[in-house]
Ligand binder design. Sequence first.
Ligand SMILES: Nc1ncnc2c1ncn2[C@@H]1O[C@H](COP(=O)(O)OP(=O)(O)O)[C@@H](O)[C@H]1O
Ligand SMILES: [Mg+2]
Length: 207
Amino acid sequence: MTRIKDALDAVAEAIYEQKDYLTNLDAKTGDGDHGVNMSRGFAAVQEAVDEMADTTKPGPVLETIGRTLIENVGGAAGPLYGIAFVRAGQACDDDTRLCIKDIEKLLTAAIDAIQKRGRAAKGDKTMLDVLIPLRDCFLPENAEGKKLNDCLLDGLRAVNEGLQYTTTIAARKGRASLIGERGIGYEDPGAASSAVMYRALYRYLRY
Ligand SMILES: Nc1ncnc2c1ncn2[C@@H]1O[C@H](COP(=O)(O)OP(=O)(O)O)[C@@H](O)[C@H]1O
Ligand SMILES: [Mg+2]
C-alpha cells in the first residue's frame, strides 16, 4: 500500500509551497528560519521514507519521519515535531487504521510529546493552538454520531480558527516570547506549519 507515502508526499509538497510564507511569518516574530527548517526537514524525510523497504504500516513510517526531523531540523519546532511523530508512531499497532478513534489516539500521543518536551499550554501561541483544537474534534464527546469525513471537516475549521486565534495573543514560549505583545497581529509560524500540514492531509484524504 503506497497510501501513507502518498499522504506524506502531499504534506511535503505543501510545506515546500508554503516555505516563504512560513519563513516570512517567522521573520516577524522570530528569526525567520521556520519555512527553511521545515522544507529541509521534509526533504530529508522523503528521502528516508523512500529508502524504507516496507511503508505499509503507519507506525514505522511515522517513527522514521520523526527521527529524520529530529536529526535534520534545528530550532525549536524540528525536535518538537520530531518527537511528536515518533510518539505517534509508537502509539500505532497492527490494528491502527484511518478512523476517528485512532486519529484521536495518534494526535493525543503527539500533543503529549510536544507538551512534555516544550512545556507549553494552549494559549501560549504555539503549534499547540492548532493541534489541540484539531485533536478535540476527534474526541468521543465531539465525534459522537459523526462519520470520519465530518470530523475531518470539523478539524479543518478548528485548525483555521486556531491559527487565527494565534494572531490575537502574545507568545509565552519559544523565541517569539522575546517580543511578547509586539507579536500580536501575526500568526504563529509553528501553528501555521501545523495548519499547512493538516490542510494538505485533509485535501488528500477527502479525495
Ligand atoms: N515550547 C514550545 N512548545 C510548542 N511549540 C513551540 C515551543 N517553542 C516554540 N514552538 C513552536 O516553534 C515555532 C518556531 O519554530 P522555528 O522557527 O523552527 O524554531 P526557532 O524558534 O528555534 O527558530 C513557533 O512558532 C512555535 O509554534
Ligand atoms: Mg525560527
